[in-house]
Write a protein that binds this ligand. Structure first.
Ligand code: ASP
Length: 376
């Protein structure tokens, strides 16, 4: 069942919230306003690319989603319409069309979505040929008894649901980047598989250091979560996954509890960054459980990062300081409309997107560890 909030209800709810705030300020001085699920201020948050990409249009992901939510559209449908902007943008090489391909040069996409009030979920992994995997994940949620379809099966399902299947989702940019990686990573064809995997990972990181691909696009994803004035809360995550991955590799993004988890009574959490680190700890589920125990979204996210750090013991994943040598970020939103974005490391570029009634902004991610992930 889809719950829509009419414009009139939205305005009424907003007016009630404003009245409550005004009343508490007048009668009780500066006491904080208590927001009930009936009077929560709507908000949409996402990874940073949710407020930079417009794909030639006028709105970013968080702006579109926020507008639709406040127009009374279903929260999940609004969030998906938002991430569609990024999926369809050929210049975003981390999501959807033009996402960096796998080691064979094929773009394979992952996505999942969760509907808080309806308590339903859908996901696809390793799907090829569809620019908007988030819409296929939504169709899995809406039209099947299942939660996750993968590979060829996911593509057949999409075809049967009327999605256009394209032969190749590479853009000229993503293909050129793949060719460059191939040239560096696989100069000989018959390397020992372990050596080859390490060479591939190192070649990718070197391309990040040289500025050929942005770090967030070596991994790269969009997670977007939102809440309506009536407390409806949903989330979606969509990605092309790790650049140059082994064909068939599935990361955290389409896995419920890892790339995204929503409990309609508690809140939503999603992730970008090294999927393997998140998958090992099912961090989005952990974060929502921390929020269930009363933790603020920021503290819940920090707890997940603490666990990831504790679980990172393999030498190849540690920098010279003995700390994780990768990036991982979490975005959290609770039922009261409180939100946060945290990252294993953050510099001045590390931001996440927020859209409220005051407009959209990029907000600094809070770092768990000082310094950078790399040694230099
Ligand atoms: N988490 C995604 C994955 O591992 C990639 C990313 O978010 O950067 O597939």
């Amino acid at each position: 069942m889809t719950k829509k909030l009419s414009r009139r209800e939205f305005v009424r709810t907003g007016a009630a919230a404003a009245g409550l705030a005004a009343a508490s300020n007048t009668a009780f001085g500066a006491a904080p306003t208590v927001l009930t699920p009936q009077s929560v201020k709507p908000v949409v948050i996402s990874s940073g690319n949710g407020n930079t990409r417009k794909n030639g249009g006028t709105e970013t992901c968080v702006e579109r989603a926020f507008r639709m939510i406040t127009d009374g559209e279903d929260v999940l449908e609004s969030l998906i319409a938002g991430v569609n902007i990024v999926e369809l943008d050929p210049e975003d090489s981390s999501v959807g069309y033009g996402g960096l391909p796998n080691a064979d040069g094929v773009v394979q996409l992952d996505s999942c979505c969760m509907h808080g009030p309806d308590k339903r979920a859908g996901a696809v992994a390793g799907i090829e040929g569809v620019r908007t995997p988030s819409l296929v994940a939504h169709a899995v949620m809406q039209s099947t008894d299942h939660h996750l379809l993968v590979g060829d099966g996911a593509q057949s399902f999409a075809r049967n649901m009327g999605f256009e299947i394209e032969a190749d989702l590479n853009t000229e940019l993503s293909r050129q980047r793949w060719l460059e990686w191939k040239r560096r990573a696989d100069p000989e064809h018959y390397l020992d598989p372990r050596e080859r995997a390490e060479a591939g990972y190192k070649a990718g990181l070197q391309m990040v250091r040289e500025g050929l691909i942005e770090e967030e696009h070596f991994y790269g994803t969009i997670n977007c979560d939102g809440i309506a004035p009536n407390g409806d809360i949903c989330g979606v995550t969509t990605t092309s996954g790790l650049a140059w991955k082994i064909p068939g590799r599935v990361g955290d993004s389409p896995i419920l509890g890892a790339g995204l988890y929503v409990d309609g009574d508690i809140g939503a959490a999603g992730s970008t960054g090294r999927g393997e680190a998140n998958l090992y700890g099912l961090c989005s589920f952990v974060i929502v459980e921390e929020m269930r125990r009363g933790a603020h979204p920021k503290d819940a996210g920090m707890e997940a990062l603490r666990r990831v750090k504790e679980n990172t013991v393999e030498q190849r994943l540690l920098n010279d300081r003995g700390l994780p040598n990768f990036g991982l970020s979490f975005y959290m939103l609770n039922k009261k409309g409180e939100y946060a974005g945290v990252a294993m490391y953050a510099d001045e570029q590390s931001k996440y997107a927020v859209c409220t009634e005051n407009g959209s902004a990029l907000v600094p991610l809070e770092p768990f560890l000082d310094g950078r992930s790399t040694d230099d």
